[in-house]
Design a protein. Structure first.
Length: 195
């Protein structure tokens, strides 16, 4: 989340945020506790990784009740009030939306965030705190763009989260919630780490 709030002096309601956000054509914002936060643009590497992963998940989940959705799908963490845009979400079964605009998802099964220097601490910390409040969420995946490294946090009984990771270009990451395995050679196929 960007540190620059675009909120006026008075806190916004969620309805006011959605009205503003739905009319915004060139900027996305997260919303929390009455404030809107402008989201920074992504690097070429970030976009390549997210696009590749979306394609891999689409191919792997074709014919199943699960569907990946890219970065423009807003997610509401109903218990905390955070509206956010994960890099990728996967929903299985019937998607549930906040209202009849069908643009704010309530029931992701898996969330993927591609880490960047400006968001890594937030994605690992406070944002994960929020995501853990989503009852439908079974797996949270963090993807490095600086090295071939993927971490996965899988919900366990008692709301414990189990960390799994794959490191190195020859490794593979098993996404337990989907029964899908991601070879890192494919995830990072167009990434030059020497640059």
């Amino acid at each position: 989340m960007s540190q620059m709030s675009t909120a006026p002096q008075q806190p916004l309601s969620a309805a006011q945020y959605l009205e503003i956000e739905r009319s915004s054509v060139d900027q996305k914002h997260e919303f929390y506790a009455g404030e809107m936060f402008a989201m920074a643009g992504a690097s070429k590497t970030h976009v390549r990784i997210a696009t590749t992963l979306t394609g891999m998940l689409y191919a792997s989940l074709k014919g199943t009740p699960c569907e990946p959705m890219a970065a423009d799908m807003r997610v509401l963490v109903d218990r905390t009030g955070l509206y956010t845009y994960p890099d990728i979400v996967v929903v299985c079964g019937e998607p549930e939306f906040e209202d009849d605009q069908f643009d704010t998802l309530l029931n992701p099964k898996l969330v993927v965030e591609v880490l960047s220097d400006s968001t890594a601490a937030y994605d690992r910390g406070k944002k994960f705190d929020h995501y853990r409040q989503v009852a439908s969420l079974e797996e949270y995946v963090l993807v490095s763009q600086d090295e071939p490294h993927i971490e996965s946090f899988v919900r366990q009984p008692g709301d414990r989260w189990l960390l799994g990771e794959a490191r190195g270009i020859d490794a593979s990451m098993a996404l337990e919630s989907l029964g899908v395995t991601l070879p890192l050679t494919e995830v990072y196929a167009r990434i030059d780490f020497s640059a």
